[in-house]
Structures are given as structure tokens and as C-alpha cells.
Design a protein around this ligand. Sequence first.
Ligand code: F6P
Length: 533
Amino acid sequence: MPTVQAALAAHFQAIRDTHLRELFAQDPARFERFSLRVGGILLDYSKNRITPETLSLLLQLAETADVAGWRERMFSGDKINHTEGRAVLHTALRNVSNTPVMVDGEDVMPAVNAVLVSMEAFAAQVRSGAWRGYTGKPITDVVNIGIGGSDLGPQMVCQALKPYQSPQLRAHFMSNVDGAHVVEILENLDPETTLFIVASKTFTTQETMSNAHYVREWFLQQARDPAHIAKHFVAVSTNRAAVMDFGIDPANMFGFWDWVGGRYSLWSAIGLPIVLAVGMENFRALLAGAHAMDQHFRSAPLAENMPVILALLGVWYNNYFAAESQVILPYDHYLRSLPMYLQQADMESNGKSVDRDGNPVSQSTGPIIWGATGINGQHAFYQLIHQGTKLIPADFIISVTPPTALHAHHDILMANFLAQTEALMRGRTLEETVASGASEPLAPKVFAGNHPSNALLLDALTPHTLGMLIALYEHKIFVQGVIWNLNSYDQWGVELGKQLAKQILPELHAASAVHSHDASTNGLINHYREQVQ
Ligand code: F6P
């Protein structure tokens, strides 16, 4: 019996040159066969280079990897993040059905619910104006100080849900330790009416802590009395001791737990800026949407399971077509940060070359995730997707109902969305090029086509469908991690750079030339030292 991988490799050889045009011509029911609706999301995956046999083999691959077993382990709180000895339970944070979820013999749901209640109470005070700054004025601006998972999720969601935002409260996100980012945000703010959320799972991240300390000094320059900090600084963290050391009253701390990965944390208290921006009702709708996708993922057969299908298509291109990247193309201004958000979610999770057993992987793992709003991308990088030498599977995302009253604009957006997926799929033959009236030379005007894409259509971009969409990608990443036998929930790779940065920082002002690194790093450090002295 050949392994399923061998069967897939043989099948790949058999269909690698088959054109999507042929597949559509052979099967008029291809859309019905290869599309799936879950709640307010339709996935059309018929423009992929697959046949029913491909899908059946990929599903066997998922079965062989025991996706269903690992899925159950994740949902039930097994410590599947084995290198850190942690459960992976972002699903518990949005478990709106409130069934018990056990970690170390304890149901985590009461603690999850208690934090949600305290977020709600706090946000209600700030949003209503009852929470006053140290001079008695209501809060007008909220600044989230955090980076990575403590920034990208809340920032992306606040942007996506802009139509739901309260105009009285402006949200800002300070992530970069580049002083320009700090100055740019602070220069328009009034300390009397600004609330700072210091968001860090560990409360040790250099960028976040440096910014938080600087901002505290900036605040005290005007407020003077450290007692006023309580009205203007709150913390979101798992590290209570470090929060107290910083000088934030634990009464103003919103906690979460080590079983929430940073890049999966927007559902936790890390979502506080979202609650402040759009209100608790909308945040709960976001959680409910994610929960709906969790339930679908947990219970639907693999063949009808949206995250599983997306994951398997990604594996098909990554491991058989040797595609190196995956492009995310939202045709939605409000989803413009989604590609960046998914970069961390996917690349920090599955950017691994050692498997769960500590062995080097024998196959390609996580793809490079990139993208931008599709309509802008059309006028920038689509050329390479259409006619370059690389195969780049694309996810096109759009809402059926537009977020504004500009319906004619939305029709143009939709027409472009459809035109691009069709053009990528069909290409243009020489005959068609001639028939279009194109002049010589013709060759550069011929398109090979056969470029795969998924189309994801949201009924509308609401808190609920957004929650579903994010959870869809989270579970896709999970399934791919299982198939590649990875621990998707640690991130040891980023640690080395952090350690080296700490070592280099004092060397930038060393009294004499630095020789402790390689010639390049020494040369650069000394160049900088000499210039800034
Ligand atoms: O970049 C590494 C990382 O640990 C991410 O995983 C995390 O989201 C980010 O840093 C921020 O970490 P923290 O929330 O602990 O400040």
C-alpha cells in the first residue's frame, strides 16, 4: 500500500498540467461540488487545481495525521503546546455556550467569564464618561501600548469594525519602539483625557515596556502626582507581579492565562481596546461568531469542514506544487490590516523546521503570508501573480453587503473581485488574444492562467462574521500544523533576536570599539557608536 503522501505525489504528476478551464468544462456542477456555506460565510473553492480525487486524497491525509484527534485534544485542554507545557484554549475565551473546559482539573470558564464582566464594567464607565481623568474630564482617547499579538489583533478588529465605533472615543495603537511612532501618537493627545492600556502577556517585552515607561513619564510631567496614574493606566497581562512593579494597581489589571497564545489573544482581555471602541455587545458578538466557527470546526465532517478544506488546499499547493507563499486579498478597506494580522497568526505558528518530536521536518511547512487590499494590489503586485513565474494561491475576501451607502462603488469592487479570480483562472489563449484585437508582439499579451484562488464572501462585515472569519483562519493554521506534525503554539525562533538586542544595546555607547561580534555586526555597531558619540 503506498502512503497517502505517495498517492498524492503520483496524483500531482497526473494532474499538474491540467488546466482549470478543462476542469470547469468537464463538470458544470463544479461550483456546487466545491463550495461551502457556514453561517454568514460562503467559501467557493472551485477555482483550485483539484478534482474530486485530489480532495479525497487530501482528506485521507488529514485522517492519517489524526486531525480529528488533535482537534479534540485542543478543545478539551490537553497540553498540546508541549515545549511550554501549556494547553491551547483560545476557544475557551469565546465559549459562549459556557460548557466546562478543564485545565489541570479546573473549569476555566468562571475565570473567563469574570474577566469579561470586569472588562464590560470598566468599558461601560469609560464609554459613558463616568470614568474621569485626574482633572475630572471624561476620556476621549485610548492608547494601546503593545506589540505582536498584543497589538495586531485588537488593531485589526477595531479597524474592521469602524462603523460600530463610538465617535467619542478614539483608539490609538503604539507598538513600535521607534520614537517616531511614540511622538506621532502623543503629540495630539491630552494627558488629562487619555487612557493608556499597557498590553503585554509577559509584561517583559522590551518595546512595550520601554514605551510604557516613557509614556508614564510623559504623563507625570503634567499630572505630577503618581496617584493620578490609577485613572490613566490599566494593564492587560498574565504577569501580575510585573504589573504591580510597574506601578499599576492590580485593581486596574485585566488578566488572562498562559494557555492563551499571544497571537490568539484578541478574544481575551487583550481585546479591551475593542470593547472600549465598539462596546461589549459587539465584542460578545465577535466572540459568538468565533464560537460558531469553533462549533462548525469541531463537529462538521472533514469533507464539509471549512477550516479543514482551506488547510488542505494550502497543503496541496505548499507541498506538491512547491508554492512558497499565500496571498490574502481583502476587497474591503476595513479589512486592510487582515493580511498583517494573519502574517503573525500563520508565520509565527507554522514557521517551523523542527517537528513535534524534535526532528528536522522533511517537507516544506508554513507558507509566507502576504497581501493588501485587493483593489490596490491589482494596480501594484497582481502582475506577478498573473504572469510571473511563481504559483501564488490567493484568498479573495469580500462582503456582499457594503459597509457604506456607496452601492455603485461596491458593485465596481465586486466586479473587480470576480474579474480577477476569473482572469487568474482562465488566463488568455493566443487565439483569444488575437481575437481581442491585440497587436504584435502577441506573446507577452497571452496569459497562461491556471492560477488558483479561494473566494470568501461574507454576507456583511459584522462583529459576528468577523469573529467567524478570524477563527476560520486560526483553525486552518491548526490543521496545517497537525499535518506537518508541528507545535504551532510556541515561537522559540523569535527569542534569539530578543536576547541579542539586549546584549547589543549597551554596546552602542561603549567607550571603545566593539569586537565581540562578526566583522559585519562589529563594523555597524562601531559606525553607529562613532556617529552618535
Ligand atoms: O514576537 C514574539 C512575541 O512573543 C509574540 O508571540 C507576542 O505576541 C509578542 O512577542 C508580544 O508579547 P507580549 O504580549 O508578552 O508583550
